[in-house]
Ligand binder design. Sequence first.
Ligand code: ATP
Ligand code: MG
Length: 499
Amino acid sequence: MEQKQYAISMSGICKSFGGVPVLDHIDFNLEKGEIHALVGGNGAGKSTLMKIMTGVYNCDDGKIFVDGKETKILTPNDAKKNGIRMIFQELSLIPTLTVAENIFLNHELVKNMHTDKKEMALRAERLLKDLEIDVDVSAKIQDLEVGVCQLVEIAKALSVDASVLIMDEPTASLTEEETELLFKIMGRLKSKGVSIVYISHRLKEILHIADMISVLKDGHIVITDKKEVFDMQSIVRYMIGEKAVNQFVYKERSIAVSKEVLLEVENLTWEGNENSLSFHVNKGEVLGLIGLLGSGRTETMEVLFGLRRQRQAKITLDGMRLKINSPSDAVKYGITLIPEDRRRQGAVLWHSLLSNITLPNLQANSRNGRMQHKKSRVFSEICVDEFNIKTEGIDVPVSSLSGGNQQKVVIAKWFKTNPRILLMDEPTAGVDIGAKGEIVKLVREFAQKQGGVIFVSSELSEVMAICDRILVLKNGKIINEIKREDITEEEVLQNAIQQ
Ligand SMILES: Nc1ncnc2c1ncn2[C@@H]1O[C@H](COP(=O)(O)OP(=O)(O)OP(=O)(O)O)[C@@H](O)[C@H]1O
Ligand SMILES: [Mg+2]
């Protein structure tokens, strides 16, 4: 059978894990030079379908055609030979290697039997410059921010000629600026005839960048059509059914934010920051921090959580002076951080849900210093239930969960510690629209119980929906404070961070 015109055509693809069907006779066609968005709820099977296209997984049944010719793609190498490259949702960079070394990993340049580091650095530099990505090629990945790593990952995929490029949640940890850069890169690739599969939970982006949209639900593609026939509401409806609701509207609290200060921070600064920040969070308040990349949002959170050394800051909680030198100090005071980068900091991926959830909740699950295994199992199962985590059980490794569900595990385990202060750094990255609404609700409920929240997100619609007050950061300094009442539309925030 011959199938022309398509760069890739997948036909009748089936895949089960442990007897549980995930993909059920999927047909997916990718035209040459198109940007084809693949959307669907957490655990719908998007990553799995693309991993089959790239030989990471093998399908149980079905065929793949490359340029109309039936092709067996059984290993990542087969995919590579056919010009198919994937940027994975879980980053594949090696933290201890430099940017250049990562870009040329597995296709190192060799001169006189030695790896030619100089040439690799030069070429990496040229590649990044072409892509307008501003990063030092000799920097180690572990020292870079997630957003930058994501861009390096993209550059790495482009270091080898590709005719098909799959991007799985590429913007989950990118700022708006970086996202725009990525779109520019995608536009250039498209004009060169490269076909792109684009997976994202940011529907606004999809409506902006995609030519075609396919929605995956319950193992089936429920619709494939041109972008023009969709709007935000209709995509959501295809994804989660009729209960499409506008979750992102600010709701007045039933209990007003208290006038009492909960957390007071004075003169907060860190290495490399000439400026300092002073601010407070009241009881029951959700304080938003917004700003561009490098504005100091993540750093502020890291200092408060003891991950980053601070100098002369005075931090008080309920009037008590705190000494935070490590995360365990912070946890002791009831301060927890849901980090931006779940793969590096949030969860131990190869451990089970049970141990991930139990770890920060040892006290609640032990008696006289001894773990109560039965109790911790019940505890974990309640978590899975409450947070709607899609999993086969609590004994499977977190790595077998879909990206969005991994994030829910991280959120659940920290919520369960009953913190006083919750620091949330991009908590909804990679989470589908239904679950985003759930997270927004959880944060609200937490605040109602007189907790304090500091919330960082590059999705301004989310910041608007959840925060009572917003600080605008630039170069490690607060340049503006915006009250909830003064935010009429997203543009107000957009303008504020561009200052
Ligand atoms: N290696 C694996 N072992 C067992 N189950 C798996 C494995 N990989 C994926 N699954 C299961 O397959 C289903 C689909 O997962 P997949 O990662 O494809 O979802 P997704 O659509 O990419 O979701 P997300 O938006 O959260 O990234 C999930 O229920 C997941 O738990
Ligand atoms: Mg995925």
